[in-house]
Write a protein that binds this ligand. Structure first.
Ligand code: SF4
Length: 378
């Protein structure tokens, strides 16, 4: 008997999204996804005020084309919503400074920052999740959810694609808990994907990011876009296109172990995967290359902490400075090294008189100054 396979579409993209989007949804067999009058929530990756040309955030042009397509399908209310990194003091700024707000408003659609709430609570939903998980109520209020990720490498998860993008929908407190309260962030992301299932997931690699992703890497001019109705399948194909074996990506490895995805159940349509595959530089490879001698003690720290500190270290090195030769501690990791230095609110709890820079996360400019003092001692 012929099995039902999940189609995952791959298309060449040079950023002409008005042409790409209708083809992409047709290939992904999602052209009939939106019924007349249905409400549509679009969740792009807008993790911080980073322009799309860096490969760090979703191109507003793609979201604009999706809104246009949804309107042509007869959609009713259309809203674009995301929550940036944990503790962001002004989440609306991310919409304004990335240009997303302008594009959405020009299309007559709505936008909102998810951290403004409200949230729906899930108590003891999984041993891999915080005891009280809070997901934006918008996810459940709208008829359709379109998940739009950028193709990026990631410091903690190897890649951030469609499954990881859903983490933007949880409360700020939960975002922190995913890093330092649950046993494994990758298993938590898999469990989250059991509670939220987008109707369509798009991973845009027109411009992606490689190296120290998700915010400090280099632009990957990959020129392809992916889509499908089954998020884990889209991620398997997108990760393979980036040169990752499935088991190299913990989220995909755990999802396969739990029967959520199998390469045997995927049918690639459009471009040939083998023809476009190219190896993205891994985050740890870029760290070794750019920051030789770095000794980080940051297991369980949030990526926003790590990325700000890495950005500060890299700025200092590029300006002719050096990496401190002591242990640099973030998060709640214990460190007995008497010479260690500590960055971030969490790390301050165990600094015990050793040098400490507060902040949640510490600001890049402050981190530059702080770290430079210790590099100068060498
Ligand atoms: S200090 Fe850093 S690790 Fe701690 S909660 Fe804030 S961002 Fe996360």
């Amino acid at each position: 008997m012929r099995r039902n396979l999940f189609p995952v579409a791959i298309l060449h993209s040079d950023g002409e999204y008005a042409e790409v989007v209708p083809q992409l949804v047709r290939l992904a067999e999602a052209q009939d996804l939106i019924g007349a009058g249905e409400s549509v929530l679009i969740k792009p990756n807008l993790h911080m005020e980073q322009h799309w040309t860096t490969g760090g955030t979703v191109n507003p042009g793609l979201v604009g084309a999706l809104i246009e397509w949804a309107k042509e399908r007869g959609a009713g209310r259309i809203m674009v919503a995301d929550g940036p990194y944990m503790s962001h003091p002004h989440p609306e700024n991310v919409f304004v400074e990335t240009g997303m707000a302008e594009v959405v408003e020009a299309q007559g659609a709505e936008w909102t920052a998810m951290p403004r709430g409200p949230y729906r609570s899930f108590d003891n939903a999984s041993e891999h999740l915080p005891p009280r998980l809070e997901i934006s109520e918008l996810v459940f209020e709208f008829d359709r959810l379109i998940n739009v990720a950028v193709m990026k490498t990631h410091l903690d998860c190897q890649v951030t694609l469609g499954m990881k993008n859903l983490k933007g929908c949880i409360s700020s407190a939960n975002k922190g808990a995913f890093h330092y309260e649950v046993p494994d962030i990758n298993r938590a992301i898999v469990a989250l994907n059991r509670l939220m299932t987008p109707d369509l997931t798009i991973v845009d690699g027109t411009l992606g990011m490689e190296g120290i992703g998700p915010g400090t890497g280099t632009v990957a001019n990959f020129g392809h876009i992916f889509a499908g109705r089954h998020t884990p399948s889209v991620d398997v194909i997108a990760a393979a296109a980036m040169g990752f074996e499935l088991d190299e990506v913990p989220v995909l490895k755990f999802a396969r172990e739990q029967g959520m995805v199998s390469p045997d159940d995927i049918r690639v349509v459009g471009e040939e995967l083998e023809r476009i595959r190219r190896r993205f530089e891994r985050a740890h490879e870029a760290m070794l290359r750019e920051l030789p001698g770095l000794h980080l003690c940051a297991e369980g720290a949030c990526s926003s902490c790590k990325l700000n500190v890495i950005r500060a270290l890299r700025d200092n090195v590029r300006a002719g400075g050096a990496v401190p030769d002591c242990c640099i501690v973030m998060g709640k990791t214990a460190c007995e090294d008497g010479e260690a230095i500590f960055l971030g609110k969490c790390a301050g709890e165990q600094a015990a008189g050793r040098p400490h820079l507060p902040g949640c996360p510490p600001r890049v400019e402050k981190a530059r100054e702080f770290l430079a003092q210790f590099a100068a001692r060498e």
